[in-house]
Design a protein around this ligand. Structure first.
Ligand code: ADP
Length: 405
C-alpha cells in the first residue's frame, strides 16, 4: 500500500511516498518558490539497495496545481508509482484543527467547509494547507484524502490546562484557548519510546521535547497529552529560533504605547525577530555554538536562556505528571545537539534525571537511551518522523472508513 504525504505551504509543497507494508520511504522532496520565476525541486529517491539519490532541479512551477502535477509526473518517471491510482491515499498535514478535529479525518465537501472555518485560528498556515488539499482532490478524484492535524494530539488537554484566565466568553465565543502544536511529532516519539520500553503507551508518563527551529514541550500522562507549551498560536512557550516564547503579556501594550509600534509590527517582532535571533542575531543553533566558541557573549547568553527556559518547563511538567517514565529529545536540536542536552539535564538529578556523557555524545539515526546508572528515568534521543506518522495515521483512517470495505 502506497501513501503520499503532502505538506503544502504558501509557496512550497513538501512530499513523501511510503510503502506502508514495509514502512519504507520510497521518495521525498520539496518544491519551493512556487509562483516565482524559478522554482526549485529537491528530491531524494530510495533505490533498491536502500541507498538514496539526491538532486535539485530548477524549473517553473506557477501554482500548487502545477506543483502537484510535477510531483506526480516525477514519481511516475522515477517508477515510484505507475499512475496516480497506485496511491491508496493522500495524507495532508493541516496545522490547525481547532476543537473540532481530534483525529485524522477523511476529507469530503463538508469537512472542507469545516477546515475553512479554522482559517482565522491559523491564518498563515491553514489557507496553504487547504490549497494543497483542494488541488489534490481535483487531481486525484477517487483517491481518499485524509487531513492529519498538528493540534489533534493535544485535544486531550483538560480545561484547567487549556483555558487562559481571561473572560470565559472569549473561549466560548472566539475559541481563545491553548491548542498546542507539533502534535504529530510528540505523538510519534511517544509511541517510539513506548515501543523501546516494551510497554503500552497508555501506561507511560513522558515529557517530550521537540526542539527544532520551532520548539515545544509536552506532558504526556498515560499516553495522552495533558499540557503543552505552545498555546493558541505557536508563539507561546519555549524560546525558539525567532519566536520569543513566554513573555509578560503586557509587553505588547507597552510597545504599542511607547515606541508606538503597530499590531503588525509587534507580531513580526515577536515571531520573526525574537528568540535566539533577538538575543544574539542568529537563529541556527550550529552557528550560535560556533559564535559562543569564539567568545561571543550574546551567543552564550542565548544558549543559557534557551536551556534555562526548557529546564523550567521540565520542572513544571514533572510536577504536573508526578511520576515520569522518560524524557524524550527530538527535533533538529534535540536529536543532534549533545551540548544543549547536557546543559538542560545538568542539575536535574533531583527529578531522577541524569545522563551518561559518552552515550550523550553518540550519534545515531535510531532511538538511544542516554541515561546513566543513577537516573531513575530513561532519557531518550529519538529522531522524529512527522511524515511517517502522517502516513500511518492516514492508513489507520482509511482502514477504519468505508474506503477499506
Ligand atoms: P524545523 O523546526 O524547521 O523542522 P529542525 O527540526 O530541522 O527545524 O531543526 C532546526 C534546528 O536544528 C536549527 O537550529 C539547527 O541549527 C539545528 N541543528 C540541526 N543539526 C544540528 C546539529 N548537528 N547540531 C546542532 N544543532 C543542529
Amino acid at each position: 500500500m502506497k501513501i503520499l504525504v503532502l505538506n503544502s505551504g504558501s509557496s512550497s509543497i513538501k512530499y513523501s511516498v511510503f510503502e506502508m507494508d514495509e514502512l519504507l520511504i520510497l521518495a521525498s522532496g520539496i518544491i519551493e518558490k512556487i509562483g516565482e520565476t524559478q522554482s526549485i525541486h529537491q528530491y531524494c529517491l530510495a533505490d533498491t539497495d536502500g541507498k538514496t539519490q539526491e538532486s535539485t532541479i530548477a524549473q517553473l512551477v506557477p501554482d500548487h496545481q502545477q506543483g502537484l502535477a510535477k510531483i506526480i509526473q516525477f514519481l511516475q518517471k522515477s517508477a515510484v508509482i505507475q499512475q496516480a491510482s497506485d496511491l491508496a491515499a493522500i495524507g495532508h498535514r493541516v496545522v490547525h484543527g481547532g476543537e473540532k478535529f481530534h483525529q485524522p479525518t477523511l476529507i469530503d465537501k463538508t469537512i472542507l467547509m469545516e477546515l475553512r472555518k479554522m482559517i482565522p485560528l491559523a491564518p498563515l498556515h491553514n489557507p496553504a494547507n487547504l490549497t494543497g488539499i483542494q488541488e489534490a482532490m481535483k487531481f486525484a478524484k477517487n483517491i481518499p484524502q485524509v487531513a492529519v492535524f498538528d493540534t489533534a494530539f493535544h485535544q486531550s488537554i483538560p480545561a484547567h490546562a487549556f483555558l487562559y484566565a481571561i473572560p470565559k466568553e472569549l473561549y466560548e465565543q472566539a475559541g481563545i484557548r491553548r491548542y498546542g502544536f507539533h502534535g504529530t511529532s510528540h505523538h510519534y516519539v511517544a509511541k517510539q519510546a513506548a515501543k523501546f520500553l516494551g510497554k503500552p503507551l497508555r501506561s507511560l508518563n513522558l515529557i517530550t521535547l521537540h526542539l527544532g527551529n520551532g520548539g515545544s514541550v509536552t506532558a504526556i500522562k498515560q499516553g495522552k497529552s495533558v499540557d503543552t507549551s505552545m498555546g493558541m498560536t505557536p508563539l507561546e512557550g519555549l524560546i525558539m529560533g525567532t519566536r520569543s516564547g513566554d513573555i509578560d503579556p503586557a509587553i505588547p501594550f507597552y510597545l504599542n504605547k511607547n515606541p508606538g509600534m503597530s499590531c503588525d509590527e509587534i507580531n513580526t517582532l515577536l515571531n520573526q525577530q525574537s528568540g535566539l535571533k533577538g538575543i544574539c542575531g542568529e537563529n541556527d543553533m550550529r552557528t550560535i555554538h560556533a559564535m559562543a566558541d569564539t567568545g561571543d557573549k550574546s551567543a552564550q547568553l542565548a544558549i543559557d536562556m534557551y536551556c534555562y527556559r526548557i529546564k523550567k518547563y521540565i520542572g513544571a511538567y514533572c510536577a504536573v505528571l508526578g511520576k515520569v517514565d522518560a524524557l524524550v529529545f527530538t527535533g533538529g536540536i534535540g536529536e543532534n545537539d549533545e551540548q544543549i542536552r547536557e546543559t538542560i539535564c545538568a542539575g536535574l538529578s533531583f527529578f531522577g534525571i541524569s545522563i551518561d556523557p559518552h552515550k550523550n555524545a553518540m550519534t545515531s539515526t535510531k532511538i538511544i537511551d542516554i541515561k546513566d546508572k543513577k537516573s531513575t528515568l530513561s532519557v531518550f534521543v529519538i529522531p522524529t518522523d512527522e511524515e511517517l506518522e502522517i502516513a500511518m495515521q492516514t492508513m489507520m483512517c482509511i482502514e477504519n472508513s468505508s474506503f477499506s470495505q
